[in-house]
Design a protein around this ligand. Structure first.
Ligand SMILES: Nc1ncnc2c1ncn2[C@@H]1O[C@H](COP(=O)(O)OP(=O)(O)OP(=O)(O)O)[C@@H](O)[C@H]1O
Ligand SMILES: [Mg+2]
Length: 362
């Protein structure tokens, strides 16, 4: 015998659904907007934040599923999502208005950090989150080229106006040393200057309130990671690698480096995982296979997903149209899955967020 649906009974079920931003029950966060229930129909409206925009559909489906499971005889179940406003607080001494700051790094050069960092920023912005992208590769900034952005940022009342990419109608502010230094000009940076340049781009750029600031890290050393960790609390780092042993070894070093400066590692992405020949559809594991997943398991780090080696990804990178990878049905699912898992993991860690633990150094 199934229970008669009442608004109170439906609301009680919603206590088991986590807000996809904070990981805390929707009922505890004032996010149940309305519940109507009778034997013929159940209608639920919940408020979700733009931070979790990429997970709105899965949250809606989850609510429908558990309400249906509890009241199998009810005629219709409909779940609507409306925006719920929860502004970011100011982070660190620089007062950056952002909810999550995510650094994308690796130990090795050329594994696709900038491509993945840009793709994460674009994927989150496309879903409706407010995202900024900072190119922290001061020596070899490649984000302007990957996104096809040129020009010099204007300065207004002491703030730098970032360049902006239009991502499906959502603005993605982007800041890079590449906008400030003429292309092809060599810049010799000393340590303190490097520190100053990064801090200035973080602090003096008019980002506006952000859900996410994604930071594209340069390869190698810990200088910039240290500067970032001193400037503001980072939500964590995403480590990009290829399946090759040498890249995995470097990724392991990068993970140790992030932990050393107290930046939690949010997960690992395996780039250039495999190649499917467009002519024969045969799969080739050019750099080996499954190595990043294994390494992630060994290091007890979430695996966020893989991205195949695809000619269009390279072509879009060269042409400055990296955002168009999301229009390619062969690339899009891989990139979106990484964004979804990343946001899911952030909520899971936010729900149990202790004061930052002192992580063991590998
Ligand atoms: N999955 C992929 N398929 C095909 N080409 C890719 C893929 N990922 C990255 N590339 C290409 O590989 C090159 C290096 O990528 P990218 O600049 O993102 O690497 P990086 O790790 O940021 O390099 P650096 O260490 O110089 O900062 C670029 O030409 C890019 O277009
Ligand atoms: Mg790069």
């Amino acid at each position: 015998m199934s229970t008669t649906p009442t608004p109170a009974a439906v609301e009680a079920i919603l206590a088991d659904v986590a807000d996809p931003e904070t990981g805390r029950p929707l009922t505890a966060m004032g996010q149940v907007v309305s519940v109507a229930a009778d034997p013929a129909a159940i209608a639920v409206t919940v408020g979700l934040t733009t931070h979790s925009a990429i997970r709105w559909n899965t949250t809606r489906a989850r609510i429908e599923e558990i309400v249906r499971a509890k009241f199998p005889d009810v005629g219709t179940v409909s779940v609507a999502v409306v925006p719920h406003d929860r502004p970011p607080t100011k982070l660190g001494q620089i007062g950056l208005e952002a909810k999550s700051v995510i650094a994308v790094g690796s130990g090795k050069g050329g594994v696709g950090k900038s491509t993945i960092a840009a793709s994460i920023a674009i994927g989150l912005a496309r879903a409706g989150s407010r995202v900024g992208l900072l190119d922290a590769d001061v020596y070899g900034p490649s984000v302007p080229h990957l996104l096809g952005l040129t020009g010099r940022p204007q300065v207004e009342s002491g703030k730098i106006l970032p360049m902006t990419l239009d991502v499906g109608g959502n603005p993605l502010p982007v800041m890079s040393m590449g906008f400030l230094v003429p292309p092809g000009e060599a810049v010799v940076w000393r340590g303190p200057m490097l520190h100053g340049a990064i801090t200035q781009m973080l602090r003096d750029t008019l980002w506006g309130p952000l859900d996410y600031l994604v930071i594209d890290m340069p390869p190698g050393t810990g200088d910039i990671a240290l500067t970032l960790s001193q400037a503001l609390p980072l939500s964590g780092a995403v480590v990009v690698c290829t399946p090759q042993d040498v890249a995995l070894l470097d990724a392991t070093k990068a993970i140790a480096m992030f932990r050393k400066v107290n930046i939690p590692v949010l997960g690992m992405v395996e780039n250039m995982s495999f190649f499917v020949c467009p002519d024969t559809q045969k799969r080739y594991d050019i750099f080996g296979t499954g190595g990043a997943k294994r390494t992630a398991q060994e290091l007890d780090i979430p695996f966020l997903g893989e991205v195949p080696l695809q000619i269009p990804i390279r072509e879009h990178g060269d042409a400055g149209t990296t955002a168009a990878n999301y229009d390619d049905p062969a690339s899009r699912p891989y990139l979106e899955a990484i964004c979804e898992r990343l946001v899911g993991n952030l909520a899971a860690t936010a729900a149990v967020r202790p004061p930052m633990p002192s992580l063991p150094v590998l």
